[in-house]
Design a protein around this ligand. Structure first.
Ligand code: 2P0
Length: 351
């Protein structure tokens, strides 16, 4: 994978350059400025730009192998054959790659995922980022990281951000113009951050699958929540403030902005009809403990995604103290410490 930025995906000559198989690894990311709501479902274009930190935990490793004799795609997640909606999304994504590559050959996908699937810990982000990198290489597409972020976006919006390590912005892109222009304008890129040494303490208060998928919850929020548009407008301001806070290395401001943006996102879905509530009593227990930590003088700030788990942003130097406090608050739950992780990368081709 090349890493320089270009403005357009470059397709290899049809069928040529395809290695036939490739393996890639990607890590999940946690949004500090959230993506919540699509303005185009097919192209996966978001209403707002978002900003995340890629983690150094929960890697996903995916191998794509072309199978000229196969009549359809197959996929296995941690050795279990994918079916239903999961297989449909993988096949639709591979179809997009095939259309770009001018290939009709089906593929076998093998994914090893260390993220608790469906628990609001962004398994689709690392999953589609790894799949985009591996599938592009297997089908012989010559794409740089920016173009790969656009491609990964089509699988799952947040996957666009996992192409890069550290802090990453995903641009919503312009609201006007052709579909091709809109597609081109919505990509991820790294964000400069000065002198920040952050950690995210992850409290896995529930690792089970969620009742309402984030895709459905987003759609319902956009369609029915009176709070969605105001939040989307304020999120643009949050993003500008966040970029400034990262530039000056102000972790307190980074945390405050992230926390208010996440609580605002959850407010939009609480106001949806019918309401979507991902936060549980265990979530609130952790939120209370984080507030208490701040009263004790520790910079610690909470963010939650489409699930009850809480990620607490703090200085790396404070991470063990924060993790200890969170463990005391929810002693039966898993609490992990993550740092900034790397972008998606190809592990091998033709293997
Ligand atoms: C985010 N989330 O920015 C937000 C915050 C959840 C809450 O991105 O429909 O799996 O596949 O584009 O990327 C989860 O949504 O949704 C998500 P699709 P995705 O991380």
């Amino acid at each position: 994978m090349r890493t320089e930025h270009s403005t357009a995906p470059v397709a290899g000559p049809s069928g040529q350059g395809a290695t036939g198989s490739a393996t890639a690894v990607a890590h999940p990311n946690i949004a500090l400025i959230k993506y919540w709501g699509k303005r185009d479902q097919r192209l996966v274009l978001p209403w707002t730009s978002s900003l995340s930190m890629t983690l150094d935990l929960f890697a996903t490793t995916t191998r794509v192998r072309l199978d000229p004799g196969a009549g359809h795609d197959t996929a296995a997640l941690n050795g279990v054959p994918a079916t239903g909606e999961t297989l449909r999304r993988i096949t639709a994504f591979l179809q997009l790659v095939r259309e770009t590559a001018g290939s009709g050959v089906r593929a076998v996908v093998d994914t090893e995922n260390t993220v608790p699937t469906g628990a609001g810990l962004a398994s689709s982000a690392s999953g589609f980022a790894a799949l985009a990198v591996a599938a592009a290489a297997a089908y012989g597409l010559d794409l740089d990281a920016t173009a790969l972020s656009r491609l990964a976006r089509r699988g799952s919006g947040s996957a666009s951000r996992s192409l890069f390590g550290g802090f990453v912005v995903w641009h919503a892109g312009a609201e006007t113009g052709t579909a091709a222009e809109a597609d081109l304008g919505s990509y991820a890129e790294p964000v400069p951050a000065a002198g920040i040494d952050p950690a995210l303490v992850v409290a896995v208060v529930d690792a089970g699958p969620k009742e309402v998928s984030s895709r459905e919850a987003m759609r319902r929020t956009v369609d029915t929540s009176p709070l969605f548009r105001p939040w989307a407008a304020s999120s643009e301001d949050d993003l500008a403030d966040m970029r400034a806070a990262l530039r000056r290395g102000d972790i307190d401001a980074v945390g405050e902005i992230a926390e208010r943006n996440a609580l605002g996102m959850h407010a939009t879905m609480l106001a949806a009809r019918p309401a979507v509530r991902y936060l549980s009593s265990a979530t609130v227990t952790v939120l209370d403990r984080v507030l208490q930590l701040r009263r004790e003088g520790i910079a610690a700030y909470s963010t939650m995604d489409a699930g009850p788990n809480v990620k607490v942003l703090c200085r790396r130097a404070d991470a063990e103290r924060v993790a200890g406090a969170v463990r005391d608050a929810v002693p039966d739950d898993t609490v992990l410490v993550a740092g900034p992780g790397p972008g998606a990368r190809l592990l091998g081709e033709g293997t």
